[in-house]
Design a binder for this molecule. Structure first.
Ligand SMILES: [Zn+2]
Length: 543
């Protein structure tokens, strides 16, 4: 036999038997371990969906998984228990013996030709197993198939960080509850477990507070402008037609919705800057008598700051936080603290008196003191504060969790000081910046974070001791909405960069692979389009 004929035969054999090779699956974030096997399980109308040993959360968990199953696969499953799971079935089960190494968010997903078994130590793990299963069936989802092939094999998976967050600014532009829920669904799909809800800022106050009704009657509204013009402040006769806010009932509903998807909500109430909307409603809390309005334009009146020498301001914040704490069960509440420009404090007699009375060195220490008062109040409510890293100094009194936007050095200082840290540096995590350098790119905040740059984010700063590294809780992306006018633009800005973030906070560091990630982006982007989202098509893997 000629050598070329032999080669042809070998090639033909590879082609013929190639189908035995396990089909590659695209999962984002990349799981810890995938062991593929030949064959596949087919989800069809005969498939049983079974639950076992779910404990106290039994009905909520099975309801959530069933809802996901119905909406994603477009069919109602036949329901069963552990006994019926012997048939062609998908079984979700809390393991009777603790599964080692996967913690309380991990899972083990075994796919065999006749059976799928998802096991975890907790219901959160089972929820993530379901998300993975949905992605594994993505090829048929994209093909609008009536049945869904899931390649056989075993996946063992658990997150690298406990804090995996995404932020949404609803002050600069308002987003209704339907979109907030859609946003939460998107986060759940990528195993993000914290939603940082930026509810108050210069451009609008967005949360009902019973004791201060003017916050939403006045502070939630501003003139509608077709383009934002910093040189054109609010005119006395301009109608206040743009805005909105969430009622307490809407917030409770969103909190429940997120909890069912294993997402904690961290509300943010900005203290003491970014407060034009408060001062428009309650001008008595300012240091001066400037006629504050809710801000219009992409930037803000930088002098707007609450008077730290006014006891009424402290009472106001405490009363507001009492109502906020009641609405949000998660123990962490974000109290802002960024970009508090203290020009007014420097000339305000009350603020200067406070500095003197408390033996503080300067206005920076006055802010640390003010935040510390609020921290104590949150302690009394059984809550803990998150504060932006602007207050970090080596001798700070604050014990809060620090959210680091300014970079690694500040994060290191905070961790060395013993504060917990959440990383979201502008360099990698600000998804309000451009993701593409093209003339036809919609207007964004000045700055550039390509998909590749987002992917190169490592929440763990180098050079920390093991004890200090334990203070790094994880990371998040931030979507400020100065130039994000509506839901379509929000989805365009956050995806596909959210795909990158999810691998940065979930996947083991050694599993991160930019080349492999780049090959997965198109598939997952198409899947998100199929699910009704509008991600950007502009993929730039160069940082
Ligand atoms: Zn003052």
């Amino acid at each position: 036999m000629k050598r070329t004929t032999l080669l042809t035969l070998i090639l033909a054999a590879i082609v013929m038997f190639g189908c035995q090779k396990p089909k590659a699956v695209v999962i984002i974030p990349e799981p810890v371990e995938i062991s593929p096997k030949g064959g596949q399980f087919t989800i069809d109308e005969k498939t049983m969906l079974c639950f076992d040993n779910l404990g106290a959360e039994s009905s909520e968990t099975s309801k959530m998984i069933r809802e996901l199953y119905e909406s994603y696969f477009g069919m109602r499953p036949n329901l069963g228990d552990a006994e019926s799971a012997k048939k062609h079935s998908i079984l979700f089960s809390i393991s009777k013996k603790e599964i080692k190494d996967i913690g309380d968010e991990g899972y083990v997903l075994q796919v065999k030709p006749n059976r799928i078994v998802a096991e975890a130590n907790t219901t959160a793990g089972l929820f993530y197993a379901m998300q993975t299963l949905m992605q594994m069936a993505g090829t048929d989802k994209l093909a609008d198939s009536k049945t869904f092939a899931v390649p056989c094999g075993t996946i063992t998976d658990y997150p690298r960080f406990g804090y995996r967050g995404a932020h949404l600014d609803v002050s600069r532009h308002f987003f209704d509850t339907a979109f907030v829920k859609k946003y939460i669904d998107m986060l759940a799909f990528f195993k993000i477990n914290k939603f940082h809800w930026h509810l108050t800022d210069d451009h609008g106050w967005r949360i009902q507070i019973d004791q201060y009704p003017e916050l939403t009657r006045v502070g939630a509204w501003r003139p509608e402008r077709s383009s934002w013009d910093t040189l054109h402040p609010v005119l006395p006769d301009e109608p206040m037609t743009y805005g909105g806010f969430y009622t307490k009932d809407q917030i409770r509903d969103i909190v429940r919705y997120a909890a069912a998807r294993h997402i904690d909500i961290i509300p943010e109430i900005e203290i003491p800057g970014h407060c034009s909307a408060i001062l428009a409603a309650y001008p008595q809390f300012a240091c001066d008598d400037y006629p504050y309005t809710v801000a219009v334009g992409p930037y803000w009146p930088p002098k707007a700051i609450m008077c730290a020498g006014n006891d009424g301001v402290l009472t106001f914040y405490k009363n507001v936080l009492n109502e906020v704490a009641e609405l949000f069960p998660y123990p962490l509440i974000h109290i802002g603290g960024d970009e508090a420009f203290n020009d007014n404090w420097q000339v305000c007699p009350k603020c200067q008196q406070r500095i003197q009375d408390k033996g503080l060195k300067n206005e920076f220490e006055l802010q640390q003191w003010l935040m510390n008062q609020i921290e104590h109040h949150l302690d009394s409510l059984g809550k803990k504060a998150i504060i932006w890293d602007d207050i970090v100094s080596e001798d700070m009194v604050n014990t809060s969790t620090i959210m680091c936007w300014q970079g690694l050095d500040v994060a290191k200082t905070a961790a060395k000081h013993g504060n917990d840290v959440i990383m979201c540096p502008t360099t990698h995590c600000y998804y309000n910046y451009y993701q593409y350098k093209g003339d036809d790119e919609p207007l964004c905040m000045e700055g550039y974070v390509s998909l590749g740059k987002a992917y190169s984010f490592d929440p763990m700063p180098e050079g920390l001791s093991d004890a200090q590294a334990k203070h790094i809780l994880g990371g998040q992306c931030n979507l400020w909405t100065e130039f994000v006018n509506d839901p379509d633009m929000a989805e365009y800005m956050i995806m596909p960069r959210l795909f990158a973030l999810s691998e940065c906070v979930w996947s083991p560091k050694e599993k991160k692979d930019p080349q492999k990630f780049a090959t997965k982006v198109d598939f997952t982007r198409n899947l998100m389009k199929k699910l009704g989202y509008k991600p950007s098509d502009r993929t730039v893997m160069e940082p």
